[in-house]
Design a protein around this ligand. Structure first.
Ligand code: GTP
Ligand code: MG
Length: 302
């Protein structure tokens, strides 16, 4: 039997549920998820199998009107994901409908190379009534020529199997692109840094999650089968450092415990996680930080 394989980009506004969908399709947590916007910062690949097809899902940062260098690099990275993919799935939120941001993305989709297939996935259908979905489907398809529309709940799973089956059928004949048992294509050190950033984002308020970044500094395999991971949390101000540490270090302790527990589950072995906070006022202008995040520094140029 012939095999199929290809890349499928998931694009949409921040918070649309792209990372949630990627994780569901892959069946493991590969990309971090929070209730806040702009969680994903770079492209993250997750690999799913469906019959004879190997689907490489590409999670992308949300698309919005960028202000900072980091924002611009993120949005550029998202569009790069769509340009390189065999198929693009545009996610929107059922309860928010056709927002200004959705309109802007549809306009920009028209600039993708001709012949690119773009499907629409209306996500979070668990939040609305069926009648609303009908009207939204109609409005979206009048505004853009989607090859197909799916109504899904990435979180609850509704419609996800049908979407996956359809995607598998769209991919070109090709040998598989990854070994059969591979589910992700990001270095473990990055996955570990993302896990810590997720826990920080969930705990910290307002702008702080957007003003920090996490890097894995060292990864040591130990003879007893465990591993020791050292990470640096870059923040922009002394005040931020204090907040990240928390009273008596309680915030960072809680974050560290949560991240370690999740990493142990993912890796299936004991983890020793050490977090250190470093103040670096200009990290948003450091080329190195972008490389660590998997972004192109120059993409952030105005
Ligand atoms: N009710 C509901 N919530 C969902 C669904 N899918 C995702 N969410 C929630 O929406 C929020 C954002 O999900 P993410 O997967 O992080 O969204 P994203 O599109 O990757 O966001 P960015 O990385 O910021 O661009 C999280 O709180 C999810 O739990 C869904 O089908 N129903
Ligand atoms: Mg995301």
């Amino acid at each position: 039997m012939s095999t199929r394989a290809g890349f499928v980009a998931l694009i949409g506004e921040p918070n649309a549920g792209k990372s949630t969908l990627l994780n569901r399709m892959v069946g493991a947590k590969v990309s971090i998820v929070t209730h806040k916007v702009q969680t994903t910062r770079a492209r993250i690949r997750g690999v799913a199998l469906e019959g004879e097809a190997q689907i490489v899902f590409v999670d992308t940062p949300g698309i919005f009107r960028p202000k900072r260098r980091l924002d611009r690099a993120m949005v550029k990275s998202a569009w790069g994901g769509a340009a390189d993919a065999d198929l693009t799935v545009f996610l929107i939120e059922a309860h928010r409908g056709v927002t200004e941001g959705v309109d802007a993305i549809m306009e920009a989709l028209k600039d993708l190379p001709k012949g690119k297939s773009i499907a629409l996935a209306i996500n979070k259908i668990d939040k609305v009534q069926a009648a609303e979905l009908l009207a939204l489907t109609k409005a979206m398809n009048e505004a853009f020529d989607f090859v197909e529309t799916f109504l899904i709940s990435a979180e609850k799973g509704h419609g996800c199997a049908a979407l996956k089956t359809w995607i598998a059928g769209q991919l070109p004949d090709s040998p598989w692109l990854y070994p059969e048992d591979q589910i992700a294509d990001l270095p473990l050190r990055m996955l570990a840094a993302e896990t810590t950033r997720e826990k920080l984002t969930l705990r910290l308020h307002q702008e702080l999650p957007y003003q920090l970044t996490v890097e894995t500094e060292a990864w040591e395999e130990r003879k007893d089968g465990s591993c020791k991971i050292d990470q640096l949390i870059y923040v922009m101000r002394d005040g931020h450092k204090g907040i990240v540490l928390g009273k008596g270090g309680e915030t960072i302790k809680a974050v560290s415990t949560q991240a370690r527990t999740e990493l142990e589950e993912f890796l299936g072995r004991k983890v020793h996680l050490f977090l250190q906070v470093k103040v670096r006022p200009n990290w948003l202008e450091d080329k190195e930080r972008y490389e660590e995040m998997g972004l192109d520094f120059r993409d952030g140029n105005e």
